[in-house]
Design a protein. Sequence first.
Lengths: 337, 131
Amino acid sequence: VWRVRESQSSVPELKIPNDATIRTLRNFLSVNTPFLQPETNAILRLHKNWAYMDPMALAITAAWGGWCLRNGKQVEVVGDPGPHTNYAARMRLFQHLDVGYTIPIKEHEEAGRFMPLRRVSTTAELSAVIGDVSALLHLDSEPDGLAAIRYCVSELVRNVLEHSQSPEGAYVCAQRYFDKEPKRVTIAVADCGIGIQGHLGRVYPQALTDGLAALRLAMQPGITGAQKGMYGAPDNAGAGLFITRAIAKATGGYFVLLSGSAAFRLKRCANSSEPQILIDPFEETESNRWKLGTEWKGTVAATEIMTDKISNFPGLFEWIRKQLPAQRTVSKRIRFV
Amino acid sequence: MTPVNIVLDAGPDGFNDDKDEAKRIRENTIIPTLAADDCVVLDFSEVKSSTQSFVHALVGEALQRFKEPALEKIQFKNCTPLMKGLVQLVVDYSLGGFRIEGHEPTEEGAVELQMPEPPRLRARPRRRLRK
């Protein structure tokens, strides 16, 4: 449903500014009250000169749409559809919101450009997405970059499937920017589940009461809500977000994690000759964090991989491994044959 | 006794991140074989890449349960450089833990986490407007 109507403060509403990206994340989230619960429909308000939503904004909006539909709220889109909304339509945002898109759009070939929004609620669907990453982003000429992207998509989506308790699962999409510098792929995964506080809070009480503390824990290796301990549970070690953050940092890209009342962003930075990933994300100088005015009911993770900076993914992974402070190094005794 | 040979599935384009499969192999084959004091060969010839989570789900519990002697009983065959890196990472932290300030493991591997105070958020300096 596309309408023109005035803003109502009591209605669950997601306003999209004219530039909704990782860079403008803070402003984007500060103007929204998406999770109000009155018996009304929900509104997606588009900026009249809407220029651009990046994968993070698209995944956030789609996950919110899933929450609305779960709670019996039809999404009304306020603002006129037009050329400025065609990109979101190609990314299948309106399809996920269950909103018809009446303007005929020229379907650009997906290959080489983007992976449209997908809802992933099973491991079989995740496997299909992993296959699409290869097929749609066309990174054949950058196999190590492709390996890094598949790695991050897998870890971020599995976090949602295993920990979020989101009935809809994860919303994931990606965009490859290959015609201007820096050449990169942005990946975003969002859900409206129990959030990091809900997950880690079962084991770490401070995570339950402090959103920033929860994010800080989640990004450190060896922390998992499955059980208290530094060795992880049989199915989880709690290192996925740490390694994903490390891959972003090694290539100089953004990494964003937001959940509940808190947000963290590792900023873009030029590669230094000896990059270092810090175990405590809050000690990263090129980062910022803040408390959200309105809580996000769930978790959003987004990362930017500068694909042309990865010529040797196994070597990058070796660098990550050496950044991890294992108490003892016993790997020399492994029997590789 | 002849070691139990397990050839892991390739997954899409040689990327296997199927933790459900890893869990099945762990519970049905790896743990029982090691418990019987026999050897396991994990053949990664089809798997070109994977994730730390997959390798952890495959062997993490076996390493934590049987400790360093398990390394004498498990062979990792046909690993790509990336798979070697993943295996080394999982082995190191499974047998050694992560050494993080404020996290002191007990003998059982559990920790009492003492979070240091997070650094205070700094106010943004105001931008000067150009006249």
